[in-house]
Design a protein around this ligand. Structure first.
Ligand code: PAF
Length: 318
């Protein structure tokens, strides 16, 4: 594992945030405010993307607003210890390609996005010498403007070794180091030995809430209405069948319960997919219901409901 204890303890730890969406700026703001003198945190500016703002207006969970200077870099002078990639699933491969010259073998790469199957062969090659972690987060954060975010709900981030990059051994003291560091910056951070199961649970939630809220143009809370009960059951049945074929054991009743709880807990929110569809932006559908659809084709398992929702969401943004 490449989180070098010396670097962590004696020298400054260099952290790069890639992605200036709500979650990227949430982590950047917390690093800027909470990391004292032991960490240099930078925001990555891709040459291909619009210029990042010089300052970020960050309103925290207690409604206090901070104006934070953006420490922007395009090409770091010193090696990065941690690169936190907070982009949408469909932007992930481009982001990894953009930063491949920044990633050295000691860099710990952390990705955080919805869905499964987002890393392509090329990205896997770029990352073959690195420890790659996946972070699933339940923090609520709203991007009010290009330079303004609001932390709307305190959540939990689960961190574990990413399954679709050749799994590398990560010693438990190093797991603790990285978990502790991130937890100090933006709690709660929990280490998870089986992040893949968590990813499937999140996938099931996203397979239901995201397309239904986008297709029917509703808030998350409306998903619990009885008119959606049979669709939810079919979607989850198919997710369970695909999971099982891939060696992931999922419990249908528990999954449905969790989906409904999440819909209730986020009742007044618009899902990320509904927001994307409303603004005619690309959605993460390829890696959510699209992942179930494509896996079904590969495994010869019918997934009619996920396929239908996949196609309906695709049609929304054409
Ligand atoms: O993508 C989203 O919006 C979220 O993952 C979730 C859980 C569906 C809540 O809105």
């Amino acid at each position: 594992m490449k989180v070098d204890n010396n670097a962590m303890n004696k020298q400054k730890t260099n952290v790069l945030i890639v992605g200036s969406g709500a979650i990227g700026l949430l982590w950047y703001s917390h690093f800027a405010l909470n990391s004292k003198h032991s960490i240099n945190c930078y925001l990555y500016q891709s040459a291909k993307r619009k210029a990042l703002p010089d300052e970020i207006k960050f309103t925290n969970i207690n409604d206090t607003t901070h104006v934070i200077h953006s420490n922007i870099i395009t090409q770091p002078k010193s090696p990065m210890d941690i690169v936190l990639v907070c982009v949408k699933s469909y932007q992930l491969n481009q982001a990894i390609a953009d930063i491949q010259s920044i990633i050295c073998p000691k860099t710990l790469v952390i990705t955080t996005h919805n869905g499964l199957g987002a890393l392509n062969t090329q990205s896997n090659q770029y990352l073959e010498n690195n420890i790659v972690l996946n972070m699933l987060t339940t923090h609520g954060c709203l991007k009010v403007a290009d330079n303004e975010i609001k932390h709307t709900g305190a959540g939990i981030s689960h961190l574990g070794v990413k399954f679709d990059v050749a799994e590398k051994y990560l010693e438990s003291n190093k797991q603790k180091d990285i978990r502790d560091l991130l937890h100090t910056i933006l709690p709660e951070v929990v280490w998870c030995d089986d992040i893949l199961s968590k990813q499937w649970l999140k996938l099931a939630i996203n397979c239901v809430i995201n397309p239904l809220t986008a297709v029917f143009d509703i808030k998350n809370g409306e998903v619990i209405n009885p008119e959606f009960t049979s669709i939810i059951e079919q979607v989850i049945d198919e997710v369970v069948a695909i999971g099982q074929a891939k060696g992931i054991s999922l419990d249908k009743v528990q999954l449905i319960e969790t989906v409904l709880l999440v819909a209730q807990a986020t009742a007044n929110n618009s899902s990320s997919m509904r927001c994307d569809a409303q603004q005619k932006r690309e959605t993460e559908i390829e890696y959510i219901n699209g992942y179930i659809h494509k896996s079904g084709q590969e495994l010869n398992i019918p997934t009619p409901k996920n396929t239908e929702l996949y196609q309906k969401v695709l049609a929304l943004t054409f």
